[in-house]
Design a binder for this molecule. Structure first.
Ligand code: BMA
Length: 802
């Protein structure tokens, strides 16, 4: 098909500031264009965020010219494709209004033939400021609809269908960006337009029928060529505008989540009148098991008949300036998730329906997706006007996404049921606001069911189940829960052991960025956790106090700014590991854990395990160990210390390994070897020791277990003392030898949370581990910045942090 691309160079002007006339790259956002034109400082540096807020208070115009040939004009239609148009936009072709849009999540395909001329044409997009529109909408509502006060810096953004975290979040900069973030193209249609292609899988014993449904212009008798799994069929288009056919696949290769099998993808290609649509289809059966059981009810994804332990993290938009999104960065972040043994990502409702690249990569990597609809932490109106704006968004997004095998759940929103209990208006009038919630939520459920009957709809995250508006923050016997008692409510790390979630879809603990990251955005005079830059990059009011207060509970106080940064990441790792380790140990009661959060959208203190630059925080290295398919969690009972083996896999696995009990001088106090075969999806106690044996030595010793499963090494460390500050750890002297990308570490004493860092990009094969004494350990640097590695490699460990 021939296509006219409108990507690349545009011009950005502002009627509010008539002197501004600068180049802008589309796809892209206005902030990035202003920064490139030197009209604003970099919003992520220093305290610049506050200096760039004026951009929010302007209207912005984007425009460019493009050329159409006679053959373009001879076409039967010229379809302009526009999506992620952010947000209140009027689109003109040659000064004629062709589209008025108020929802950045809608997808547009407009016939511009009546407005097109031979030769030069002009497209302009007028983007209106959203803050004033939001205020006006609030005034006309039949009742107040509270917005996310603690997160958003600009009021009433819940009334605008725009990424909710653009106006700030408790980890997010407030940059009310606007622009167009997807490619803009014009499809030149000769005679009949191909609109969309969808599939449905009908499973039989050992085979599957793949129904391919094609939407096109309602014109009959045009030839459609459909290829799937290397079989080709031809058929004639139907005057109803919908044509379909079936491919029967015997013995299909099944798509599995990462860790449970391969991710074969079959190519589907549909051609009509010189246009084609291609998709990669994964064949898999999907079920969400919510059956009532002796505890409450299950929350378990079942793929191809096999129960899955879902492990992963929550995803936020990758950049506060959408210009900086790229396929390479999607791939890097999602590969980092997979490399840390994750198999599920939750696309959180305060962000965006991600771009096609994101879902394609998840299909490829075997990362299941829990997909929220884009509503978060505010209440939303159920007025007709609002619902009319939302309906096309939901229908179009479900149609766009539903062929991705990775998506396993459609979820109505993030924390909106809970939010009814947060704001005075709704707290005092729960019935009205719950009905208001349910009106919109029912509609969303209905639109989704109509567009995709193959997947389950889950009202909200968290939610106790259908028609249950109860407290899913604390109820651990059914549904998914968001467990924030440790971070937001200040309980100890052990509070993670007080609950047995069926599925914990959010729990998190903040850390500060690493020293390497800090150097990139904090001027040296602000290298202090209470400096203006540092405080402006901490969006959770009590965040820095919580981190510091937890230091005093658990650790000897760190000796320097640099050690504070390091220790904050040790602390975060311990918090999240405590939860994940225990919840894996209670499998299959708990069938899912997604910590908050995977990534950052600018450099900031946050709950993420990957920094804005892509660097793995210590937590991410720990996640790789505690999410490993076969893992050995420690478990403490009244009388015993135990090691379990959990095997999140479809195969029985053989594990061998050694448990060491060691003192802090490195003397071995006990040693046990283990040899065990664990069944598929198994969970067994494989070692235990009576606590009396080591209780007297609690402050002087630790347990370390190393394992091998299918040639893959893993390890775990356990301390008997309730806090690290009590431990009589010896100061470790760690010798570091660097040879190319190979780093050898050797310590005279056991060294804990031994962590490698340098100022460049890339990561290490392992970090933040226990280094046993006099046992050299080889680590490889994965990256291409050997020079920086040589110059800036630093090795931290707990004993040298105070
Ligand atoms: C959750 C999320 C986010 C928030 C995080 C940390 O509940 O849904 O809204 O950023 O907590 O407070």
């Amino acid at each position: 098909m021939s296509q006219v691309s409108l990507n690349g160079d545009w011009t950005l002007t502002s009627p509010t500031h008539p002197t501004i006339c600068i180049p802008m790259v589309i796809p892209g956002d206005n902030y990035q264009a202003l920064y490139r034109a030197n009209l604003i400082p970099h919003p992520y540096q220093d305290t610049n965020e506050q200096d760039v807020q004026w951009v929010n208070q302007c209207d912005w115009h984007l425009s460019r010219t493009f050329s159409l040939s006679q053959s373009n004009l001879n076409a039967s239609s010229l379809l302009l494709n526009l999506s992620r148009l952010d947000t209140l936009a009027d689109v003109f072709i040659n000064d004629e209004l062709v589209l008025r849009s108020s929802n950045m999540f809608q997808l547009h395909r407009i016939d511009i033939t009546p407005f097109a001329v031979l030769g030069e044409n002009r497209i302009s997009i007028h983007l209106h400021r959203v803050d004033e529109e939001a205020k006006q909408r609030a005034e006309t509502l039949p009742m107040p609809i509270p917005w996310a006060v603690g997160n958003n810096q600009i009021p009433h953004m819940n009334l605008i269908r725009k990424t909710q975290c653009h106006s700030g979040w408790d980890w997010g900069i407030c940059l009310l960006v606007s622009g167009v973030y997807d490619p803009i193209t014009i499809d030149v249609i000769n005679s009949i337009a191909l609109h969309s292609v969808h599939t449905e899988q009908i499973w039989h014993q050992g085979s599957v029928d793949v129904v391919v449904s094609i939407r096109h212009e309602p014109i009959a008798e045009h030839e459609l060529t459909i290829t799937f799994a290397e079989q080709t069929q031809t058929l004639l288009s139907n005057s109803s505008g919908e044509s379909s056919t079936i491919f029967h696949i015997e013995d299909p290769k099944l798509w599995w989540p990462a860790g449970y099998g391969e991710q074969p993808l079959y190519t589907l290609n549909v051609e009509l009148d010189n246009q084609s649509i291609s998709k990669k289809i994964g064949l898999r059966q999907l079920e969400l098991n919510n059956k009532a059981d002796h505890i409450g009810s299950a929350m378990e994804f079942v793929i191809n008949g096999f129960p899955i332990n879902s492990k992963g993290a929550n995803w936020i938009p990758m950049d506060a300036m959408p210009s900086l999104e790229s396929e390479a960065r999607y791939r890097e972040l999602l590969s980092s998730a997979k490399d840390a043994n994750m198999n599920m990502i939750r696309v959180w409702g305060g962000g965006q329906y991600e771009s096609d690249m994101f879902y394609n990569i998840c299909d490829e990597l075997g990362l299941m997706i829990w997909q929220d609809m884009m509503f978060a932490c505010s209440l939303y109106p159920s007025t007709e006007t609002f619902m009319n704006d939302v309906e096309p968004e939901i229908r179009q997004q479900i149609q766009r996404l539903k062929d991705h095998p990775s998506i396993v759940l459609w979820c109505g929103d993030n924390e909106v049921i809970g939010a009814i209990g947060w704001y005075d208006e709704s707290k005092n009038n729960k019935t009205t606001y719950t009905v208001n919630y349910d009106r919109l939520n029912r509609k969303i459920a209905q639109w989704i069911a109509e567009e995709d009957p193959s997947r389950r709809f889950w009202s909200s995250s968290p939610c106790n189940g259908d028609m249950d508006f109860g407290d899913a923050w604390h109820n651990d016997n059914r549904g998914d829960m968001h467990f924030w008692d440790v971070w937001h409510s200040g309980k100890s790390f052990n509070a993670y052991l007080d609950i047995k979630p069926r599925f914990c879809s959010e729990f998190g603990f903040q850390s500060w960025p690493s020293f390497a990251e800090v150097k990139r955005f904090v001027p040296e005079q602000d290298w202090n956790v209470t400096s203006p830059t540092f405080e402006s990059h901490q969006k959770n009011g009590r965040g820095n106090s919580i981190i510091t207060e937890m230091f005093t509970r658990y650790f000897r106080f760190p000796s320097s700014f640099e050690n504070m940064l390091y220790l904050s990441q040790v602390q975060q790792s311990i918090a999240i590991k405590t939860g994940c380790e225990y919840w894996r140990a209670i499998s299959p009661i708990c069938r899912g854990m997604l910590y908050w959060q995977l990534n950052d959208n600018w450099p900031v203190s946050s709950w993420s395990s990957i920094e804005y630059s892509g660097r793995w925080k210590q937590l991410h290295y720990h996640a790789k160990r505690f999410f490993a398919p076969t893992y050995v969690p420690f478990e403490e009972t009244e009388t015993e210390l135990r090691i379990r083996a959990v095997n999140d896999s479809r195969d029985e696995n053989h594990l061998d390994g050694t448990v060491y009990w060691m003192d802090f001088d490195g003397e071995i106090l006990g040693q046990w070897s283990m040899n065990y075969t664990i069944e598929a999806d198994g969970n067994d106690v494989i070692w235990s020791l009576c606590k009396e044996k080591f209780q007297l030595n609690a402050n002087n010793s630790f347990f370390f277990v190393e394992t091998r499963v299918n040639g893959i090494q893993n390890e775990n460390t356990w301390f008997a003392a309730p806090t690290f500050k009590q431990l009589r750890i010896q100061k470790a002297k760690i010798e570091v030898t660097l040879n190319g990308s190979e780093i050898t570490l050797c310590s005279d004493k056991p060294a804990f949370f031994t962590h490698l860092e340098h100022d460049g990009n890339g990561r290490f094969t392992d970090s933040s581990f226990t280094l046993l004494p006099n046992t050299p350990r080889i680590i490889h640097y994965i990256g291409d910045d050997i020079e920086t590695l040589k110059q800036t490699l630093r090795v931290y460990d707990l004993s040298n942090s105070y």
